[in-house]
Design a protein around this ligand. Structure first.
Ligand code: PGA
Ligand code: ZN
Length: 436
């Protein structure tokens, strides 16, 4: 033990070490270790999106020839040479202060100088190092004793849009295993539906249909949303479950990716905003869909207000991902306008844990749901599993139950459920509809 009055606590950061590692698309990404004087170690890796929102914080890439310009040597150097100097000696528990220090050091509105990837890796690794110094799991360090809700997973099992080499315009067709009373049961149900879906696709579309996309979902050669939705309903039944009761559906349209000049090019048709909204209402009336993310272009707050006014009375959650980019300013505007009923929370859209938590709290204070989310490019990092439980937010989006970077999160949630034992809760459909 140090002498009385010693400045160095066991939570003092003594080492910050950045490196590049690979993400699930073979692209380099930033990973950071933070070590405290008490021997706490936190390691965090940064994910990367493909259908990124235009207003996301900047992911710093090297350009040039190496890795086709996608290298992160500059971001890693910013960690090791700039950020480390500033945060070494700070107390790892002072998350807000450390995040503020990095934001100031960067000095730009979108973290473009140091890179949101550099800053986020340090931010997350700091929280993990503090938790580790306490000898506590991250979800309890962040969420306290009340953190006990295991999230209902929205699992992307048919991939389209920018995540797959097929003709589907809608990016994600998700199954939501709501009819279970524990997370582990829900995960089992989802896996069984995933196996059945594989069989359905094989028999209808042949072998090429069961190749998987970026998030582990199948990427069948389909052209229309209804084909995907029909296959999901059939797969749920084939697995022995009741669509609408045991397993429901969710969509992420990621509509900015099929929007140009006021028109939406979806499934071979060209629709106006109004026609697209009618199209969603039609789908909701035909299929057990409980949630639609980014139904319209990311600039169209007014249109989002319109969609929300049509879908909310039908019990459907409207989620802002590219619309909000986990940014409190855009979220506050959306809340004032009634533009959505849920926030998709992606830590790397904003670049620090503190700002991501602020967005989550702002959403919750205003009655919006929060869904913690992965990116299509991921690492084995499991921080978001902990974050979902810490926030008791009740929903997570982390892909199909396949591919290691996706199962890393589900497997961590299984461990957390085991750790919480009798305390663990699973809300099922209430996590989505509770606030609607
Ligand atoms: P992205 O997609 O990670 O490629 O942005 C995920 C999403 O849109 O939710
Ligand atoms: Zn999305």
């Amino acid at each position: 033990m140090g002498a009385l009055g010693s400045v160095e606590s066991e939570f003092s950061i003594v080492l910050v070490k950045g490196r590049w590692v690979l993400d699930s698309r073979a692209n380099p990404t930033v990973e950071v270790d933070v070590v405290t004087a008490g021997g706490g170690v936190g390691t965090a890796g940064v994910p990367a999106g493909a259908s990124k929102g235009a207003y996301e914080a900047l992911e710093l890439r090297d350009g040039g020839r190496k890795f086709q310009g996608k290298g992160v040597e500059k971001a890693v150097a910013n960690v090791n040479e700039v950020i480390a100097k500033r945060v070494i000696g700070m107390d790892a528990r002072d998350q807000a202060e450390i995040d503020r220090a990095m934001i100031e050091l960067d000095g730009t509105p979108n973290k473009s100088k140091l890179g949101a990837n550099a800053i986020l890796a340090v931010s997350l690794a700091t929280a993990k190092a503090a938790a580790s110094t306490y000898g506590m799991p991250l979800f309890q360090y962040l969420g306290g004793k009340l953190a006990r809700v295991l999230p209902t997973p929205l699992m992307n099992v048919i991939n389209g849009g920018k995540h797959a080499g097929n003709e589907l315009s809608i990016q994600e067709f998700m199954i939501v295993p709501v009819g279970a009373d524990r997370f582990s049961e829900a995960l089992r149900v989802a896996c069984e539906v995933y196996y059945s879906l594989r069989e359905v696709l094989l028999s209808k579309y042949g072998k090429g249909a069961v190749n998987v996309g970026d998030e582990g979902g199948f990427a069948p050669p389909m052209r229309e949303s209804r084909e995907a939705l029909d296959a999901l309903v059939e797969a749920i039944r084939r697995a022995g479950y009741e669509p609408g009761r045991d397993v429901v559906l969710a969509l992420d349209a990621a509509a900015s990716s099929f929007y140009t000049d006021g028109r939406y090019r979806i499934d071979g048709k060209e629709l106006s905003r109004e026609e697209l909204i009618d199209y969603y209402v039609g789908l909701v009336n035909e299929y057990p869909i409980v949630s639609i993310e980014d139904p319209l272009d990311e600039e169209d707050f007014e249109g989002f207000r319109e969609v929300t006014s049509r879908l909310k009375p039908l019990g459907v959650q409207v989620v802002g991902d590219d619309l909000f980019v986990t940014n409190v300013k855009r979220l506050a505007k959306g809340i004032a306008m009634g533009a959505a009923t849920a926030l998709l929370l992606k830590v790397n859209q904003i670049g620090t844990l503190t700002e991501a938590l602020e967005a989550a709290f702002l959403a919750r204070r205003n009655g919006l749901n929060v869904i913690v989310s992965h990116r299509s490019g991921e690492t084995e990092d499991t921080t978001i599993a902990h974050l979902a439980v810490a926030l008791n937010c009740g929903q997570i989006k982390t892909g199909a139950p396949a591919r290691g970077e996706r199962t890393a999160k589900y497997n961590e949630l299984l461990r957390i459920e085991e750790y919480l034992a009798g305390e663990a809760e699973y809300l099922g459909i209430k996590a989505i509809k509770g606030s609607l």
